[in-house]
Design a protein around this ligand. Sequence first.
Ligand code: NAD
Length: 380
Amino acid sequence: MIIGLLKETETEKRVSILPDVAGNLLKLKAEVWFEADAGLNAFQTNNDYVAAGAFLKSRSEILSGADVLLSIHPLSSTDLVAVKPTAVVVGVYQPLFNFISMTHWAEKGMTTFSLDMLPRTTRAQAMDVLSSQANIAGYKAVLVAASVFPKYFPMLMTAAGSISPAKVLVIGAGVAGLQAIATAKRLGAVVEVFDTRAASKEEVMSLGAKFVEVEGAADASKAGGYAVEQTEEYKLKQKQRIHEAIVKADIVITTAQIPGKKAPLLITKTMVEEMRKGSIIVDLAAATGGNCEVTKNNETVVHHGVSIIGNSNLPSTMPADASKLYGKNVFNFLKLIIDAEGKLNLNFEDDLVKGACITHAKKIVNDRVNEIVNKTAATN
Ligand code: NAD
């Protein structure tokens, strides 16, 4: 079986697998083909891949010859023409948003595995790309904010006067939020946190941050660690509490999301206008509409002296470790679909294989994606 590693587009610095994983794939009796400079932005040369046992091939040879294609982002329509119909594609395709592309991929006959759709169970942790990459995003969000913040983070007593610690507000204490809290604390900031899930309170407090309680949140205990939609009354109450906290904050990191839905709008333009000049908002939910009304995806906007950073691919700014962790996730997933003889073995009885599979045998096979496709067709 041939596993093909594609070079990502200009703006993406990560690569699906590093040479060490390519070497481990050989042990699974697979052959690895890679596109020239696929790992260059992650500081891995073509020679590094060759030394690991992989073969350098052209993009068109890989597209038309590989049985399994590794591409973090969706393939372009031009690439799609060259792909063989029996190919398996593995990446992060956000199929709940990119469902139109998924219908084209299904028509082509390809089998698509989108690792962002893996159920978040204990067994899936070793292949959970959302966690490995969101962890980086949370860490980098704080560092990006610190690098443009015109003040210190830690409290300092100097002969020239004292500096009070930066006040950081984190909205959403999931994977990205918890790493943002830990990073801001390490830099010496005072951190306050909002989350709708009561279960996150203990984790937030164990990191030394203050959890701001808003009474009346909907019960999310059966949502597998994810948030659920809140009542209008709760949303209003939460907005007021966020408003009170935000005018005192220097830095706001927002990470609130409900899977498959547009990000909840938690920070209005008016709230931004009431923040101190020089304050920073890093909106990690920019790709799904943003938690802040002023956010523009992949742009930094300055509004009333407040910088709103909407970089939606922070993992790409740390390509070496992001690729290392992503590649390990991919490898652990490939072990599920490659048998001892090095042949493809798609066992749809396995909840992880089934959960991550979006298209197979000319159909969209994921219930949540199908629901959106059908709903959209009914409204058009
Ligand atoms: P997650 O699901 O683990 O965490 C989201 C948290 O938000 C949950 O704890 C949830 O309870 C909370 N939440 C939901 N609605 C809320 C509300 N109204 N108020 C307060 N909290 C609320 O998700 P994650 O993996 O930590 O990712 C967080 C966000 O960061 C997502 O939008 C994700 O797409 C994004 N992300 C961005 C980048 C980037 O580079 N910008 C990279 C990775 C992930």
